[in-house]
Design a protein around this ligand. Structure first.
Ligand code: HEC
Ligand code: HEC
Length: 271
């Protein structure tokens, strides 16, 4: 074989090898990506991380649950983001956005009595306008609403389901109002998924799957798959099966509630 011919043959072999490796990489890419890319989780879970990074918890306490004492304030302390407290200060997502961006909603900032009140107190809400993007404000608002439980399901099954979800501790694992994101070592994504957002859509594709998760603690689509079942068995926290422990109408209520959360109809609705 002439030298140039050998070289041409080697080049062709190399091109072929690159193509094969490329194809293999393309096929495993979705799995590889879901393993290495940082959690997407839900807007509220991202907002929770962001609130920590922006120092919100320094004044509002860990997860916004215990405000630091605030001498001169009528409330004695910085308000929390917990159990509806936000409702005393804000009425809508827009108000929450303005708290974050400008330190308070415009109507308040324009009021003399509010300004006087704020000047009396030692600690004031900072304006984060130059420190956050639009998308980050959305995430923070989602976190604030979930942690303050300001999502109101319709009367009937969905609201019964919410009450039951509180009683059964679903939020303990799935985050405030199913906002997701608590750590779960050994699981595919590293955290427990929420009841809405991209993880939920991947894991719950129809009503039968939702029922199966709640009744059996899993779905055939995953338990019958080698890779998925590896992670299901390995994850330290597992979904309990409630099938034998609840009445059929209680399961229906949980399904109605989770479906309502997943529809994200609560977004943008005032409170
Ligand atoms: C330097 C302390 C401080 C920091 C840091 C801070 N806040 Fe505040 N925040 C306050 C104070 C004080 C108030 C009360 C203002 C009032 O009475 O109107 C407040 C009020 C609020 C309110 C409305 C009332 C409520 O129920 O909490 C929201 C919402 C809020 N802050 C969100 C945030 C977010 C989100 C961050 C982080 C991006 C943040 N705060 C960081 C001090 C702080
Ligand atoms: C001890 C923690 C724990 C409790 C309590 C719990 N879950 Fe789960 N749940 C999990 C784990 C872990 C998964 C599996 C995630 C996976 O396999 O990736 C899961 C999965 C799910 C899923 C499907 C995936 C998704 O996106 O949410 C639904 C729906 C669900 N749970 C609903 C509920 C409901 C409703 C309750 C309360 C009745 C509840 N869970 C209580 C841990 C828990």
């Amino acid at each position: 074989m002439a030298a140039s011919e050998t070289m041409r043959w080697k080049a062709a072999a190399l091109a072929m090898a690159v193509a094969v490796v490329g194809l293999a990489a393309w096929i495993v890419y979705p799995y590889a990506r879901s393993l290495v890319i940082p959690p997407e989780s839900t807007a509220a879970a991202r907002g929770r991380e962001l609130a920590r990074d922006l120092g919100c918890f320094t004044c509002h306490g860990a997860l916004g649950r215990e405000g630091v004492p605030n001498p001169g304030s009528a409330y004695g302390a910085v308000p929390t983001f917990h159990e509806g407290t936000l409702m005393m200060f804000a009425k809508s997502d827009q108000d929450l956005r303005e708290y974050i961006l400008d330190g308070a909603p415009k109507a308040k900032r324009d009021s003399d009595s509010y300004r006087r009140e704020m000047n009396e107190q030692e600690i004031r809400m900072p304006a984060y306008r130059d420190f956050v993007s639009e998308r980050q404000v959305d995430d923070l608002v989602a976190f604030l609403r979930a942690s303050s439980e300001l999502l109101f399901p319709p009367e009937g099954l969905p609201s019964e389901g919410e009450e039951l979800a509180h009683e059964l501790g679903c939020f303990q694992c799935h985050g405030a109002m199913g906002s997701g994101g608590h750590a779960n070592p050994g699981s595919l994504k590293g955290y427990i998924p929420g009841f809405y957002g991209s993880d939920y859509r991947e894991l719950v594709q129809n009503d039968e799957e939702l029922r199966s998760w709640i009744e059996q603690g899993g779905i055939p689509r995953l338990t019958d798959d080698d890779l998925a079942s590896y992670f299901l068995a390995r994850q330290r926290v597992k979904m309990p099966s409630y099938g034998d422990r609840l009445e059929p109408d209680q399961i229906d209520a949980l399904i109605a509630y989770v479906k309502w959360l997943a529809s994200e109809e609560w977004r943008g609705v005032g409170f």
